[in-house]
Ligand binder design. Structure first.
Ligand SMILES: *[C@@H]1O[C@H](CO)[C@@H](O)[C@H](O)[C@H]1NC(C)=O
Ligand SMILES: *[C@@H]1O[C@H](CO)[C@@H](O)[C@H](O)[C@H]1NC(C)=O
Ligand SMILES: *[C@@H]1O[C@H](CO)[C@@H](O)[C@H](O)[C@H]1NC(C)=O
Ligand SMILES: *[C@@H]1O[C@H](CO)[C@@H](O)[C@H](O)[C@H]1NC(C)=O
Ligand SMILES: *[C@@H]1O[C@H](CO)[C@@H](O)[C@H](O)[C@H]1NC(C)=O
Ligand SMILES: *[C@@H]1O[C@H](CO)[C@@H](O)[C@H](O)[C@H]1NC(C)=O
Length: 415
């Protein structure tokens, strides 16, 4: 097992910190890119059939589907799963909502849709439902304005970058618009979790001139650079979503059907083909065995989705913008799944844990280090440690927030 000791802060070259001004001020405008499950979604229904008599067929307009805790209650979770579940078309190799279901993001450019997972204010006191709100509050406290100098770029996190074409058009426009509305000031983009490979994919497809004009820096929080073993559990028995405790078998059809889950599977640039990731009495599986894994799960669409998404950021082509890469560690993170006799694939497996942030394995979080010396712009790395640096908790972590404030105000330069 990979075991790396990390100092609270590995290296962040503080000697070149430049204190431009002792006073707090707006430096660069900010665009926030959320991760898997991190954008609120709304749904409009006009269905002819449902899996359960309790499920509604029609809604008057769009209403919250993600996250709406009421939708996840045991009696009605089947309705949620049927509505959220994407259908895969193996011919066009794309996914779409089920018949009579229309799901979309809401509030593009505003922060509301990424500050809290559930828009219902009654839930906002729960730390499980807060998302970018701490970071946005910090910025507002020093003079930023929601929707103007700090903006959100929610996306349909069920999909991987190969199906986010319109999102990338909108994101490019949002960044340009933010630049213009802030007196032609370059933008700091902050990604969380899957938002990071999504933004990398976007940057990899833009000309250098555009990046040099519009992007001040890219702050990556808890980036999933080489996948996470947890996704293999999600494909097998199902998994809790981190935010709420639900019946894992019931939610599995929805989670499996997300190409983003396939996109986040561990890859062979980060895991050796000799390392066993899933143990069963009959067979073991490594990163080289996904075809067999999906066959044995009786979920061959999953293998097709993996093929569609595996190369999107596989090479980790450098973003060619200044990078500040912040992540947690020291939180037990699933390294290997162990299914006992008769348990594969439906029973929630035992696991062997390793280092990481509780969701993403450490080696994957460290993927940004591959850009050091590989691009002409600086790559700064901050590895934090301990339970307050857990995958979601990192967004409330005071050290992470201080780094963000220092960079966006221009008090800390990344070169
Ligand atoms: C709902 O779908 C039916 C046919 O499936 C259609 O006739 C009707 O116009 C739709 N209603 C709305 C509000 O879209
Ligand atoms: C906009 O930028 C110009 C040139 O850098 C500067 O003179 C002006 O004060 C700025 N305006 C605002 C509102 O920040
Ligand atoms: C993978 O395993 C092989 C054989 O055990 C070893 O030679 C190689 O260095 C390993 N690669 C990595 C990246 O750990
Ligand atoms: C699977 O891997 C485990 C642990 O690495 C090993 O003990 C076991 O013998 C392997 N089983 C099979 C069927 O290869
Ligand atoms: C495999 O899945 C198909 C549909 O997805 C289902 O009809 C079939 O019964 C499943 N087979 C097994 C062995 O579970
Ligand atoms: C990281 O935190 C864990 C507890 O979460 C602790 O056991 C470990 O010693 C810490 N490691 C470092 C390098 O600080």
């Amino acid at each position: 097992m990979l075991f790396i000791k990390i100092a609270t802060i590995l290296f962040f070259i503080s000697v070149i910190d430049v204190f431009v001004s002792a006073q707090r001020k707006i430096g660069y405008p900010v665009v926030l890119i959320p991760g898997d499950g991190g954008s609120q979604l709304v749904v409009k229904l006009n269905k002819s059939s449902t899996p359960h008599y309790l499920c509604r067929k029609v809604t008057a307009g769009y209403e919250t589907i993600w996250v709406n805790l009421e939708e996840l209650l045991p009696e009605v979770i089947d309705c949620f799963v049927d509505n959220m579940r994407l259908r895969y078309d193996p011919v066009s190799r794309t996914t779409h909502d089920g018949p009579g279901v229309d799901i979309r993001t809401t509030g593009f450019g505003d922060t509301a849709s990424v500050e809290y997972l559930d828009p219902n204010p009654a839930t906002h006191l729960s730390s499980k439902m807060t998302y970018f709100s701490h970071i946005v509050d910090d910025l507002v406290a020093i003079g930023y304005t929601r929707g103007l100098s700090v903006r959100g770029a929610p996306f349909d996190f069920r999909k991987a970058p190969n199906e986010l074409g319109q999102y990338f058009v909108d994101l490019q426009q949002l960044i340009e618009d933010t630049f213009l509305k802030n007196n032609n000031t370059k933008v700091v983009v902050i990604g969380h979790s899957m938002g990071n490979p999504v933004f990398l994919y976007f940057l990899n497809r833009l000309p250098q001139q555009w990046k040099d004009k519009y992007i001040q820096s890219f702050i990556s929080l808890a980036g999933v650079w080489g996948g996470a073993v947890k996704t293999l559990r999600l494909m097998a028995s199902g998994d809790n979503l981190g935010v709420v405790v639900v019946n894992v078998n019931k939610i599995r059809p929805e989670q499996r059907a997300m190409p983003s889950t396939a996109f986040l599977m561990p890859n062979d640039r980060f895991w050796n083909r000799s390392e066993v990731l899933v143990v069963t009495p009959e067979k073991n599986y490594t990163v080289a065995d996904y075809k067999e894994y999906f066959t044995d799960l009786n979920f061959t669409d999953g293998f097709e989705m993996w093929k569609d998404t595996k190369d999107l950021v596989y090479d980790l082509t450098p973003p060619e913008v200044p990078v500040l890469c912040i992540h947690g560690s020291g939180v037990p993170t699933v390294d290997t799944l162990i299914f006992g006799k008769g348990q594969f694939p439906d029973t929630y497996p035992a696991s062997v844990n390793g280092d990481g942030d509780g969701t993403v394995n450490l080696r994957s979080l460290l993927g940004c280090l591959r850009w050091v010396g590989a691009q002409k712009y600086p790559v700064r790395h901050v590895a934090l440690n301990g339970s307050s640096t857990e995958h979601m908790a990192l967004l409330a972590n005071s050290d992470a927030r201080q780094y963000i404030k220092d960079v966006v105000t221009g008090e800390r330069l990344l070169d």
